[in-house]
Design a protein around this ligand. Structure first.
Ligand code: ADP
Ligand code: MG
Length: 323
């Protein structure tokens, strides 16, 4: 039934009952007697309550839909309002659900484009840092060495100092380039790349342990990159925000098939901090490969990031251990 008729019939029912009561047992004299006034007020109250209750029931699907619209989050897709009844509200709910589906698909496609453009740009910057700046600094290093060999003793010490500084910047540039472009991912495969990442984050104040089950299903390159970037952001957050002493990185087979990544620290936890670009980026990357991502509190405090990939992004044969 349409919303128009539903509201009309609700009001009509209440009014008809009122008129029937007036035609029947209820009499009103002028001026109104106290008893009659009490009966009228009680009748009016009963009518208003009945009207309110019926309207609430009649409009409940609309309220559900409004709530769903207000809380829809394209980065946590898949939530749909259940379609109840028939008529305009059901039609509206169906249209809203369909629109949400289209928006989610569009969002996933556009963030896919943005992320791959970002990866390409990072690759280019890393390449240029490595090739251009790296080569120049290497040349400077050689010139300094040459100059130091021929310089008088008082100047030699200064030149050695300059050599050391140049060498340190060269290392720093190589490190930045490596972080920008996970070259290890292409050269060594995901497992070694994750171990290298863990080693990079290990300090005297933070221990990072990796637990990677051998013989996991093979992941396609796009999925491997998502695993790597999500692990990288999770470890960055642990190092930067958590105050944790230890963080574990697990990669294992899921019971129903597929592969799961878990990064769990023993720090202070998220403490209802608003999501920043880092967490949003993780969600966008997970969406890109249709993976499930949960970011929340760990079983014994701290923070855990769980990424589960099932189905199409994995192939059944295990990766050769020598890769
Ligand atoms: N492992 C963690 N432990 C504690 N707090 C965290 C952790 N990860 C994220 N947070 C909190 O969530 C916020 C948002 O994280 P993020 O989106 O990565 O943005 P950013 O790292 O740039 O601040 C952080 O500012 C921090 O307060
Ligand atoms: Mg961050």
């Amino acid at each position: 039934m349409s919303l128009y008729w539903r509201i009309f019939l609700l009001n009509a029912a209440v009014l008809i009952v009122a008129v029937l009561l007036l035609l029947g047992p209820v009499t009103v004299s002028t001026p109104v007697l106290l008893g009659e006034a009490l009966v009228l007020i009680a009748g009016l109250a009963a009518m208003l309550i009945a009207n309110a209750v019926l309207l609430r029931i009649g409009l409940a699907p609309l309220q559900r839909l409004t709530r769903a619209m207000a809380t829809a989050d394209l980065l946590q897709p898949g939530h749909r309002t259940t379609v109840t009844g028939t008529g305009e509200i059901a039609e509206l709910t169906k249209t809203f659900n369909a629109m949400l589906g289209r928006l989610e698909a569009e969002r996933a496609a556009s963030s896919g484009r943005v992320l791959s453009a970002q990866e390409a740009e990072r690759r280019r910057i890393a390449q240029e840092l490595h090739d251009e700046v790296g080569q120049t600094l290497t040349a400077v290093l050689l010139q300094l060495k040459h100059a130091a060999d021929h310089a008088p003793v008082p100047v030699r010490e200064d030149l050695h100092q300059a050599q050391e500084t140049t060498r340190a910047s060269l290392d720093e540039i190589r490190r930045i380039a490596r972080r920008l472009r996970p070259g290890v991912l292409e050269e060594l495969g995901l497992h070694s790349a994750l171990r290298a990442l863990a080693a990079e984050f290990t300090t005297s104040r933070l221990s990072v342990s990796t637990h990677i089950t051998p013989g996991l299903p093979h992941l396609d390159p796009a999925t491997e990159l998502v695993f790597y970037r999500i692990a990288q952001e999770a470890l960055t957050n642990t190092a930067r925000h958590s105050g944790a002493r230890a963080v574990e990185l697990h990669m294992r087979a899921l019971p129903g098939g597929g592969v799961g990544l878990l990064v769990r620290d023993n720090g202070q936890g998220l403490r209802s901090a608003p999501e920043g670009a880092g967490l949003r980026g993780m969600r966008e990357r997970a969406l890109l490969i249709g993976a499930e991502l949960q970011i929340g509190a760990g079983p014994s405090g701290g923070t855990q990031v769980r990424l589960n990939v099932t189905g199409s992004t994995t192939e059944d044969h295990p990766r050769e251990s020598a890769r």
